[in-house]
Design a protein around this ligand. Structure first.
Ligand SMILES: C[S@@+](CC[C@H](N)C(=O)[O-])C[C@H]1O[C@@H](n2cnc3c(N)ncnc32)[C@H](O)[C@@H]1O
Length: 221
């Protein structure tokens, strides 16, 4: 992105999600009920990952995606930058292990995870942070491990100072699909699939085109 674009400050992102955590959980945690494509994508990922080892949802928010995977046999835990979000995940899904952590400096050993999932959590990163997040995924995934990503497609940034009537400071972005695939490959992951869909109805979700990518730590590196 250009230099004039937003700073994507981690401390602002953390403070924002700490502020909105309860409302975000109230509004979003049951969203999969109305999103058949997302359920199908996660069902397919669950078939791939069940019994394969530990998976972590990165930037899990209230943990509903991790909980959905857990219900389908995946050994999964949740990580988020915001401690209030982690508290929401624990409140809503007491069985789910959830920890505070940073996708740019993951608290996992090299090659220790079978999979990572990042649903709408790469949208608060500039290009350099994106590259760092993908390097971290690559580092913690074992050989043959999988990453599943979902994000808003496009090439614009959104600066928000209010969210559900609460004062916040949050920079988000729509991300070009080719930027994501290029940076994933630069990090050493092999892109397995790229799917896109139009948004569901305005009462279901924010009106943006969505991308869903699966990538894998190559077997022969
Ligand atoms: C748009 S929400 C998505 C939450 C959830 N994955 C979902 O699909 O509803 C973005 C989440 O990413 C988290 N996040 C942002 N930057 C992060 C980072 N560097 N490390 C870990 N989590 C981060 C935020 O705290 C927030 O919970």
């Amino acid at each position: 992105m250009a230099e004039a674009d937003p700073p994507f400050r981690q401390e602002d992102t953390r403070a924002t999600y700490d502020t909105v955590a309860r409302r975000y959980a109230d509004e979003i945690a049951d969203e999969l009920n109305d999103k058949p494509f997302d359920r199908d994508f996660l069902d397919r990922f669950a078939v791939r990952m069940a019994g394969q080892g530990h998976v972590v949802e990165l930037g899990a928010g209230p943990g509903h995606v991790a909980a959905y995977l857990a219900a389908r046999g995946v050994d999964v835990s949740a990580l988020d930058l915001s401690s209030a979000m982690v508290d929401e995940a624990k409140r809503l899904f007491p069985e789910l292990q959830a920890v505070v952590g940073d996708m740019l400096d993951l608290p996992y050993a090299n090659g220790s995870l079978a999979g990572v999932v990042a649903f709408y959590s790469i949208i608060h990163f500039d290009d350099e942070q994106l590259a760092c997040a993908f390097d971290e995924m690559t580092r913690v995934l074992r050989t043959g491990g999988y990453a599943a990503l979902a994000f808003h497609v496009g090439d614009k940034a959104i600066h928000r100072e209010q969210w559900w009537d609460m004062p916040v400071v949050l920079d988000s972005r729509f991300v070009p699909v080719d930027l994501v695939t290029r940076l994933l490959e630069k990090s050493g992951l092999e892109v397995i699939s790229v799917e896109e869909r139009e948004p569901y109805a305005p009462e279901v979700e924010y009106q943006s085109r969505r991308a869903y990518i699966v990538a894998r730590e190559p077997l022969d590196v």
